[in-house]
Design a protein around this ligand. Sequence first.
Ligand SMILES: *Cc1c(COP(=O)(O)O)cnc(C)c1O
Length: 402
Amino acid sequence: MKQKPKLAQGRPYLAIPGPSVTPDAVLGAMHRAAPNIYAGELPDMMPGIVADLKRVARTDHNVAMYIGNGHAAWEAALVNVTRPGDRVLVPATGRFGLGWGMVARSLGLETDIIDFGKQSPMDMDRIAEVLKADDGHRIKAVLAVHVDTSTSIRNDIAALRGVLDDLGHPALLLADCIASLGCDRFEMDAWGADVTVTGSQKGLMMPPGMAFVFFNDRAAAARARLDRVSWFWDWAPRAAPDEFFQYHGGTAPTHHLYGLRAALDLIHGEGMEQVWARHHVLARAVWAACEAWSTAGSFGMNVSDPAHRSCAVTALRLQTPQATELRSWLESELALTLGIGLGMAEPGDPARDGFFRLGHMGYVNGHMVMGLLGGIEAGMRALRIDHGAGALDAAAEVIAGG
Ligand SMILES: *Cc1c(COP(=O)(O)O)cnc(C)c1O
């Protein structure tokens, strides 16, 4: 009996919005015997890693590193600038803004949420109204997600700084760049973020496991005013250690540091401007294909205005349960894994099976994006999902034009 050939043999491709694709150079750097943590190469690497991390965030200020994920970075940022009972403002544009708010509440913070829904960026006028009404300056921090990975909305952090400055409101501006750092342009100092948080597993192209908190002098001053910060989360010794172990509050994440060194070499070898430009072209190719698919059937992009779309992730919808069927088909037939819809419908709601996301962050190039889009086209044909024509032509035009 003739068997249908399997097309999944070959390198699998995880095209979810984090963890992202890990470069061979990063994997290779991590594949080594355990290094000495007391002297030699590993401690010697730290000043260079610190300097190169700051160049990624475009800041001349401080960075503290933690063994942890994005949630750890959220908590680290909050405990260094607030005390229980303080008020924080959360302008949420998706699941991740709400998630940071949830962490804030768990720390005893009074959490003021402005929910902008799942398809719109922050409305600066509404944020200004809330800040204006806070004439006693009880709001100590604004928790702003730059790119909300669930909705793929990108927010204007510089504009938010402008709102605070225009009102003379002293709240700190905390930016979540976990999805965007190393993908979408972000300039911490120029844009006036006081604190920036990120993780290792998205634009930084590493396995999950490290969290980074960048902070400026205003944020350091807020830290200095607190009566106490827990020993492990305190960012002060991590950013200015007297001894090597203080960088990591204990044993260093040895292999991750080798991977991080390799990832930073890739990023700065390419150059930040080039990294951002590459992500922009690749994202435009994805959008061009998605816009073509959207001209028939139920295919749709979550963010209609390209000005508010992230270059790192794209949130999409089909009819339920087509998105889940498409994801399953691509994974089993082509070894291509797409992201699930997140925060668009509650767990258990069948509507969840209508949403999916594409990750195009980090170590991604033109042929990977064309393969991703070509796979989706093939999947929709195999599953007879109605969709508009010309998607791959449109994407190829973008790639060809650069
Ligand atoms: C991934 C992500 C997080 C959460 O990171 P974890 O590593 O899963 O804890 C938070 N915010 C944004 C914007 C993210 O993309």
